[in-house]
Write a protein that binds this ligand. Structure first.
Ligand code: PLP
Length: 427
């Protein structure tokens, strides 16, 4: 948990361009409160200068692709002294600095880097860290696009990808070779919601001198603390709970400043950065991060309990339920279990399952999760339509599976909506 040092110091000097190294805007002064700071206080204040441009309470949107120097000597000073200021939009934006400091504080990490999407963050990190002859190891329930990038694209640069069954730590230990550079998992996984024992995963990496990466998109720093558990890098699709309103794409990777510096440099070359308006939306969304997460957690648990007791439901995958295979590790390591609930309709073929999806009146049919609106989808149709039945069986995607991403509506309404959809009544 962050301390008051993560908040803006009372006497912070007004700055048009906050210090990218974070020193002044993050405080460093002992705060007036003492002790540790709560998640909402960090979400609202961390990373921001106390007195802002134009004396406005919000950080402004800097619509600038480039930044001016007063004279030639200023350019030379900037380069020679590595001065903390903006130069060109691909290398940074004042809003990006604020978002990165806020996200690092929320994550309990030394540093964070914001990218234009979760996948851009993943690609940027791996392109920085891997070279020809290296190998990455995945737990096999990781996001399919992440594994696809490694299998189909990193392979062209001589990087090998291997995967082992999720949760089989011995198989992962056995698979580590002198070429292995990174161990990758998601927690919770999607859509089965398997939970990783983070300390065990981190130890596996440390024991073999291999870096570890956890994609904690489904958990967020509110529900899971991978950095505290010793994981090297935490990745989020900020498109989901961090942005929280289904209105932006963004990604973030958090870790130590030294490990992320080369990633920042590659991002400056790739240009996978957010526009200034997008950064504002992300900062705006983050202000209510804890409140939204509390409601997502509450809705997820109530809906999962309702579904588990429903006669038309065969099985529910939700780590907060005692029946879930990973409930013990989830209870030990998570603050809450998020808004995603996966379930199977009893004795239903794909069409009868689609009827339940189509019967929902509040939940909207769409991919994604973590926004204020509840979304529903049938994985068979949404993400696995072109896969063979054999491949779907291999990935554990039966025809009667539904994925519900609870938003922040009232749980009683979400439950009533599911109840009528399961009863087969149409609007
Ligand atoms: C777990 C997980 N990681 C990463 C991503 C990629 O994020 P983005 O869509 O922001 O590129 C997704 C997207 O669905 C995801 O679900």
């Amino acid at each position: 948990m962050a301390s008051v040092d993560s908040l803006p110091a009372h006497d912070a000097t007004p700055r048009a361009t906050p210090n990218p190294r974070g020193a002044s805007a993050l405080g460093g002064e002992p705060g007036p409160l003492g002790g540790e700071i709560g998640v909402s206080t960090l979400a609202v204040h961390a990373g921001e200068a106390r007195q802002k441009h134009g004396d406005a309470i919000t950080d402004p949107i800097f619509c600038a692709s480039t930044y001016t120097f007063a004279d030639t000597q200023s350019v030379i000073d900037f380069i020679e002294q590595d001065q903390p200021r903006e130069e060109y939009g691909r290398y940074g934006n004042p809003g990006e600095r604020v978002a990165e400091r806020k996200l690092a504080a929320l994550e309990g990490a030394e540093a964070a880097l914001v990218f234009s999407s979760g996948m851009a963050a993943f690609v940027g990190l791996l392109m920085t860290k891997l070279s020809q002859g290296d190998e990455v190891l995945f737990f096999d329930e990781c996001y399919h696009r992440s594994r696809q990038f490694c299998r189909e694209h990193l392979s062209r640069f001589g990087v090998t990808t291997r995967q082992v069954k999720t949760g089989d730590y011995q198989a992962m230990a056995d698979a580590i070779s002198p070429a292995t550079r990174m161990l990758i998992s998601e927690s919770p996984t999607n859509p089965h919601q398997s939970i990783i024992d983070l300390e065990r995963f981190a130890e596996l990496g440390r024991d073999h001198g291999v870096e570890t990466l956890i994609d904690a998109t489904l958990a967020t720093p509110y529900n899971l603390r991978p950095i505290d558990a010793g994981i090297d890098y935490v990745l989020h699709s900020a498109t989901k709970y961090l942005g929280g309103h289904n209105d932006l794409l963004a990604g973030v990777v958090a870790g130590s400043a030294a490990q992320l510096e080369p990633v920042r440099n590659l991002r400056g070359i790739m240009g996978a950065v957010n526009g200034p308006q997008n950064l504002y939306l992300l900062l705006r969304g983050l202000k209510t991060f804890e409140l939204r997460m509390q409601r997502h957690n509450e809705n997820g648990l109530r809906v999962a309990q309702f579904l588990e007791a429903h006669p038309r439901v065969e099985k529910v995958y939700y780590p907060g339920l005692e029946s879930h295979a990973y409930h013990d590790v989830a209870r030990r390591t998570m603050r809450g279990y998020g808004g995603l609930v996966t379930f199977l309709i009893k004795d239903a073929d794909w069409r009868e399952t689609a009827d339940v999806v189509d019967g929902a009146r509040i939940a909207r049919i769409a991919p994604s999760l973590g926004g204020v609106e509840t979304l529903i989808e049938q994985p068979l149709v949404m993400s696995y339509y072109k896969q063979t039945p054999e491949d779907r069986a291999k990935f554990g995607i039966p025809d009667n599976m539904i994925r519900l991403a609870c938003g922040i509506e009232d749980s009683a309404d979400l439950i009533a909506d599911l109840d009528q959809a399961l009863a087969g009544r149409k609007a």
